[in-house]
Design a protein around this ligand. Structure first.
Ligand SMILES: [Zn+2]
Length: 597
């Protein structure tokens, strides 16, 4: 048997970010019961009655730390995780409550004593359930899932004996409360308890019956996501992650249709070129825009792309289709990389396609969400399916997988992000039984940007079938076999138009003096990467950079000594991959959309 540890090692751009996140926020922001985000739950602090959303970091960290421990087997991280999780378990009250709200301020008081203050109580409980569930998965110790079950039992009492509506316990048209569907499904998968099932059914019912939400019905009818609830991006994606998990557990074609429609609506209309669900044009920064509204100042909250990746991963699990993998790859290489800082600790709150950063601070929801997204990426890269190995995110990496009764090692050794070439080397896993017997499939998602490809096996061109978005090569592979996929690495431009109609107040991004104008914009990509400059152009103070059609057509890639020394020249401007422009360095500004002259 291979160990579950070291099941994947990631290199290249993504690996660099994963390592930085691990040695940064994951090991330091929380590492013991004394860490501030955990001390919030201590009786002394709870008694002060502050409460608040800050309690969510505990659950997010336990989830990310558990995944990181599964990947690395680091005993120090395990010690940190166990000390924090044990301390939290020890604080669980007799009735099952565990949180950071004082008794008189908890969500189950009706009417709420201070409605706006209790808003995050169940949100925090939901993240604790998620964290405890993953901690049991990672450590094998059932006591954490037991604690999560007691929390669920407590929620069950408040909902079914006290008549509390889950939707009413949180903000954003009920989506913050009903988002607990996601961790409840995680817990049910591990512990199929009838009380958890009842809560799952209640979440589904309230998501649909809450008058200002009606999430499932409206998605089934193919309404645009901006018209559902208050359009809050993060919470709606979290609800849809829950819907996709509930479908996998219990079936129900309505849930599937809701998920398919919701995902496609976001992908086709509400994603930035960087792969982040965005909003913020004439509305709150964190709400979806209506489809017709666009401006080069798109805003993605880091929490939103983290949850979009969760939702997309679940859709990949349901359908097995490569288009979901392609979106995961795009978001990982661009939106995620654009939001991180080099120290692995700080993150951007708002990633703007043109404009200054929304930096946030230690307590920002986004800082822990970025940390979480980094630990999800290695999990998403490879899948062992019945017929072979599926590659969902292409990156330098080494992994070991169980396929067709055997064990196989796969190394991806080339700098795909900068060259468009992916080279997989098949190997044996030392100390394990034989390689898989007979033929099996190596399936690599065809990136949505790659219109063609060439496959070579051991240097010779080979045929490959494309099905459901994956390039599939089937063979009785032996150790040392090399499979190379070459995708055309050339500049691609994307264009959009900004119609300055209905521009809002200056406060809401845009000034009315632009009304009636239409401006055309272009952005540059090559391979999986989007290119940017640190030029200053923000909504409140616009300094667009102009390019002529001739300059756009003449744009060229410039290569240095290493594949990663890659720049793009357009007119007089030199652009770099946004993945190589960490936040908090240089001008606090970046820019991907150029105005066409
Ligand atoms: Zn956030």
């Amino acid at each position: 048997m291979i160990s579950i540890f070291l099941s994947i090692v990631v290199g290249g751009l993504l690996g660099h970010a994963v390592d930085a996140g691990y040695n940064g926020r994951l090991m330091h922001y929380i590492n013991s019961p004394q860490s501030e985000a955990i001390a919030l739950f201590s009786p002394e602090v709870v008694q002060k009655g502050k409460g608040g959303w800050r309690g969510e970091h505990a659950g997010k960290w336990m989830y990310a730390a558990s995944r990181a421990y599964e990947r690395t087997g680091d005993p120090q991280l395990l010690a940190n995780l166990v000390s924090v999780a044990d301390y939290l378990v020890s604080l669980q009250e007799e009735d099952g409550y565990l949180g950071c709200y004082r008794k008189d301020k908890r969500f189950y008081h009706r009417p709420g004593p201070e409605a706006m203050v209790v808003d995050w109580d169940t949100w925090i409980i939901a993240y604790l359930i998620k964290g405890f569930t993953e901690t049991t998965v990672a450590t094998g110790d059932p006591k954490y899932a037991d604690c999560a079950l007691r929390l669920a039992g407590f929620l069950h009492w408040t909902v079914f004996d006290q008549g509390i509506k889950i939707a009413q316990t949180g903000m954003h048209s009920g989506m913050a409360g009903c988002g607990m569907l996601d961790p409840l499904c995680d817990l049910y998968k591990l512990r199929p308890d009838p009380k958890v099932r009842a809560l799952i059914d209640e979440c589904l019912k309230e998501m649909d019956e809450t008058p200002c939400l009606q999430l499932i019905s409206l998605l089934v009818k193919d309404y645009d996501v901006s018209l559902i609830g208050n359009g809050k991006i993060y919470e709606m994606n979290r609800c849809m992650t829950g819907l996709a998990k509930a479908y996998q557990l219990f079936g129900d074609e309505r849930l599937l249709q809701a998920c398919l429609n919701g995902w496609e609506c976001i992908r086709s209309t509400h994603l930035t070129t960087l792969g982040g669900p965005w909003g913020g044009i004439n509305c709150c920064f964190e709400l979806f825009n209506r489809p017709a509204e666009w401006a080069p100042y798109e805003i993605t909250e880091t929490c939103s792309f983290m949850e979009w990746m969760h939702f997309t991963w679940e859709m990949l699990q349901i359908t097995g289709e490569g288009k979901y993998a392609s979106e995961l790859e795009k978001t990982a290489y661009n939106a995620m990389m654009a939001a991180r800082a080099e120290d692995g600790d700080r993150w951007i709150y708002y990633v703007r396609t043109n404009g200054d950063f929304g930096p946030g601070a230690d307590w920002s929801c986004c800082w822990s969400s970025g940390m979480t997204a980094l630990e999800d990426v290695p999990v998403y890269m490879y899948e062992a399916r019945k017929d072979g190995v599926y590659v969902n995110i292409i990156s330098e990496s080494s992994t070991a997988l169980a396929v067709k009764g055997g064990q196989v090692r796969i190394d991806q050794v080339s700098d795909y992000a900068h060259t468009g070439s992916a080279e997989f080397v098949i190997g044996e896993v030392p100390g394990t039984e034989a390689m898989p017997k007979g033929a099996w499939t190596l399936a690599v998602h065809q990136p949505e940007w790659a219109s063609s490809f060439v496959v070579k096996v051991n240097g010779k061109e080979a045929k490959a079938a494309v099905k459901d978005g994956y390039i599939r090569i089937r063979k009785a592979w032996k150790a040392g076999d090399r499979i190379t996929l070459e995708f055309p690495y050339e500049i691609r431009t994307l264009e959009r138009s900004w119609e300055y109609s209905n521009a809002g107040s200056r406060e809401h991004n845009f000034s009315n003096w632009y009304n009636g104008f239409t401006k055309h914009y272009v952005t540059f990509c090559a391979g999986p990467l989007v290119f940017a400059t640190d030029h200053f152009d923000k909504f409140a103070e616009q300094h667009p950079v102009f390019l002529t059609r001739e300059q756009i057509a003449a744009a060229s890639l410039i290569r240095g000594a290493k594949p990663s020394d890659l720049t793009l020249k357009a007119g007089d401007t030199v652009l770099k991959p946004i993945a190589q422009m960490p936040a908090y360095e240089g001008p606090m500004c970046r820019f991907i959309w150029f105005q066409i002259q």
